[in-house]
Structure formats: C-alpha cells, structure tokens
Write a protein that binds this ligand. Structure first.
Ligand code: NAD
Ligand code: MG
Length: 416
C-alpha cells in the first residue's frame, strides 16, 4: 500500500532506484552528517522523512534544501510557526505517534536512528517492527533493549546495521574475512561477515576524551566547558559528556555485545588518542584487522545507508604525507569506572541497561545544569544500578516503566 504522503513512484526492484531514508534526529550532529552523505549520493539516496524534537526553524531550513515528503516534530509543544509556510507542500506530523507513522510508511527503505538518548528506542523499534533496515547511531536503543530488538528483527526480517564508528570498523573488518575470488572479487566488501567462531576478540578504541590524563583529584574540579571540549570528535552534548566519563565506551561494549553476539569477555577497550584506528578484530589465527580513517562520521553513515557498498565519501581522507604516531594503551579503570560498569551491564542484560541508561541521562543533564560535579556522574549510575531489583526478561513496556522509575530515583538522589 502506498501512503498518501509520497509523491514518488512505488519502490521498484531496480538497484539504482533511490533509497529513501528516514533521518530521525535530522537537526543533530549525526543527522547533519547523514544529510551531507545524502547530498553527495548523486541521487542514490533521498531524505524522505526528517524529524526534529524542537528545532523547527532548522527543520524548515533543511526542508527547503532536501524536500522531504514528511516532517515530524516529536515535541508537540515545539514552536510551529517556522513550519507554517511548508504546510501546503509537506506533510507535517507531531509527537511520538507522528514518528511511528512516518517510520512505518512502506516507501521508507532505511531508517537512520540518530535521536539522542533512550527517546530513540521508539523509532528503532517501529523500524524493525515494520521489517525495515535500521542504520543505528542511537546506541542507547541497544543499551536499553538489545535482546528485544534482535528478537524483533529476527521475527520481521528487519536488519540492524551499525553507524557508531567503532562498530562500523568491526563490521568492515569482519566483512573482509570471506575468501575472495580475486583481491577485488565479488565477496570483498559485499557485507558478508565472518562467523563469530573465527573471532578471538574485538578491540574497541577510545580517544580517552578530554580528561584521559587527569588524576582523580583533578577530575573533581573539571568544568562543563572543559568536558564539552572533545579533542578529536565533534558531536552532540550528551555523547560528548559520555565520552569524557567513558560511559560512551561502556555503552559501546553493550552495543557490541548485541550487534556481534559476543560475550563481554571478548570485547576489549584500548585508548587511542589519535582516533584514527576506529576499532579492530583479532581472529583465531592471531591476525588483527583495523579500520582506519579520519574521525568523521560520514563514512560509517554512508556504509550503513548503502549496505557496505564502497563509494566516494564527502569525509576527508587521511593525509599520508604527514609523519604520525598511533598510540594504544589500556584504559585506567580506576579513574574511569564506567568501563567495568559497561561490562557488568553487558553480562547481566535484562533490566540493567534501561536502568543505567536512565540514570546516566539524568546525571549528565544535572552536570550540564551545574547541579552535580563531573566525577559524581558514574558513581550515581552505579548506585542506582546497585539499588534496583534486577529483572531477567522485562518486556518492552516494562523497560519503559523501569526507565521512568530510574529517572525519578536518580532525580531524587541528586536533589537529596
Ligand atoms: P545531537 O544532540 O546532536 O542530536 C540529537 C537529535 O535528536 C536532534 O535532531 C534532536 O532534535 C533530536 N532529539 C533530542 N531529543 C529528542 C527526543 N526526546 N525525542 C526525539 N528527538 C529528540 O546528538 P548526536 O550527537 O547527533 O547523537 C545522536 C545519536 O547518535 C546518539 O545516540 C549518539 O550516542 C549517537 N552517536 C553520535 C555520534 C556523533 O558523532 N555525534 C557518534 C556515534 C553515535
Ligand atoms: Mg563511537
């Protein structure tokens, strides 16, 4: 059934037909990079749906450039005035139901989940429920509900493709492992992956964030501005703070656990301040494959939107005329306890991810608002996790309930 919102013809089996992308979180950092990739795709990708939470003026500007068929403003209370003149030409939906409707439109081929935080789970869920390909930047979806999302994908035939740079690097390394007919033979880069029995370990790299050399004492005095000044990546505020606490890496361990179906013991983390090696896979024969490049999200986004097809990308290449050193060293888990917290959540599964994610979102917002010092963020998450009644197999509804409860508990904890 073709929905009324789309001007274009129904999808054909023609490989060159443009792939219609729903960009959830189009006004954010990943959203902007995705639109660059779409603009550079020579018509192979179109932005069919754009969503924003409150930035309606920016959404209007993007609409004039990309001509999507549907816009979604997820916060119904957002200022609607900037969109008024678009109403004649573009379908505009509001609130979470609007998001559900746009994501499940049959004409959408790929859903790019680039909303920040647990709020991104709803769109990821809807995409998989309708059997779509989910290009997943919103790692919180997997932290909250990794097991349920993969069960759902198995049922509906939906696919989850990584956008996070580390997981994209691992996906690329795994895809290179099938025997090829020639060095550039058909199976190279076809997106097929090695069996997981061939993998000895994954090595997630981490820049270490702005505070990688700070002592525990110094960490007690860092400011919001210092925490937001990431040395290598330019990203939204929440993930920038998560990188500074290394909760981002904790979430990436959980994300890798679900994406690649490996136990946390097989997922290591190495600090790599240059952010050139995006992650590595060690195989059972001892070979270690790394994927390298500039720290720019446009390549991983492009690979997910094109299903691992290699093509020119708008991100800059590495400059090989420069001498450079690539350092790798193990993280200090005493100064950055988030890493062991991530392993624990990856091992326990169940309700642990929803609780730790909710606590982290509230604690990060409190830090950004000047209510708590930086070094308390991870401790608060740990305490909220320790105090919650673990559940092994919560339903989606129960996870949303636990998410709400953990937010309230964390707010109370902070205000006490
Ligand atoms: P951002 O803050 O720049 O953008 C967030 C987007 O989500 C905006 O479009 C905003 O309007 C929308 N949004 C915010 N709150 C919402 C809500 N409650 N409901 C619906 N929409 C809402 O964030 P970002 O840096 O682009 O990150 C997006 C996601 O991608 C995060 O999950 C992050 O962990 C992940 N990610 C980001 C990067 C990066 O380089 N920025 C890299 C890897 C993964
Ligand atoms: Mg990452």
């Amino acid at each position: 059934m073709q929905s009324q919102y789309f001007r274009k013809e129904v999808k054909t089996s023609d490989e060159t037909a443009p792939r219609r992308v729903a960009v959830l979180g189009a006004t954010g950092s990943i959203g902007g990079s995705a639109l660059d990739v779409i603009a550079a795709s020579g018509g192979r990708l179109t932005a069919a749906v754009l969503t924003a939470h409150r930035q309606t003026a920016k959404l209007a500007e993007l609409t004039r450039r990309f001509h999507p068929e549907i816009l979604v403003v997820t916060d119904p209370a957002a200022d609607r005035a900037p969109l008024a003149e678009l109403e004649r030409t573009t379908r505009i939906l509001y609130g979470p139901d609007g998001l559900d409707e746009a994501v499940s439109a049959p004409e959408i081929d790929v859903v790019l989940a680039a909303i920040v935080g647990g709020a991104g789970l709803r769109g990821s869920w809807r995409a998989l429920e309708t059997g779509k390909t989910l290009a997943l930047a919103n790692k919180e979806s997997l932290v909250l509900a990794g097991s349920l999302l993969f069960d759902l994908a198995r049922k509906t035939g939906g696919r989850i493709l990584p956008v996070d740079s580390e997981h994209s690097a691992i996906w690329q390394a795994l895809a290179s492992c099938r025997p090829a007919v020639s060095p550039y033979g058909a199976s190279v880069g076809s997106g097929e992956s090695a069996g997981k029995d061939l993998v000895r370990r994954l090595i997630l790299t981490a820049s270490g964030g702005p505070f990688r050399n700070k002592s525990l004492d110094e960490l007690e005095r860092v400011t919001v501005a210092e925490a937001l000044a990431h040395p290598t990546w330019k990203m939204g505020k929440k993930i920038t703070i998560d990188s500074a606490t290394m909760m981002n890496k904790a979430f990436e361990i959980i994300e890798a656990r679900w994406l690649f179906d490996l136990p946390p013991e097989k997922i290591d983390v190495m600090i790599h301040p240059q952010s050139i090696i995006h992650s590595m896979v060690e195989f059972i024969d001892g070979a270690v494959l790394a994927q390298m490049g500039t720290p720019d999200m446009r390549l991983p986004i492009q690979l997910a939107l094109f299903g691992m097809e290699r093509r020119r990308c708008p991100s800059p290449s590495l400059d090989w005329s420069l001498a450079r050193s690539l350092e790798l060293f193990p993280p200090d888990e005493e100064r950055f306890p988030a890493i062991s917290l991530g392993r624990r959540v990856a091992r326990d599964g169940g309700s642990a991810g929803a609780v730790v994610n909710a606590a982290n979102e509230v604690a990060v917002a409190a830090f950004l608002a000047g209510k708590i010092p930086f070094h308390k963020i991870t401790g608060i998450c740990q305490s909220i996790l320790d105090h919650h009644q673990f559940e092994q197999e919560p339903s989606l509804e129960r996870l949303f309930e636990l998410d709400r409860q953990a937010r309230t508990e964390t707010e109370t904890w902070i205000s006490d």
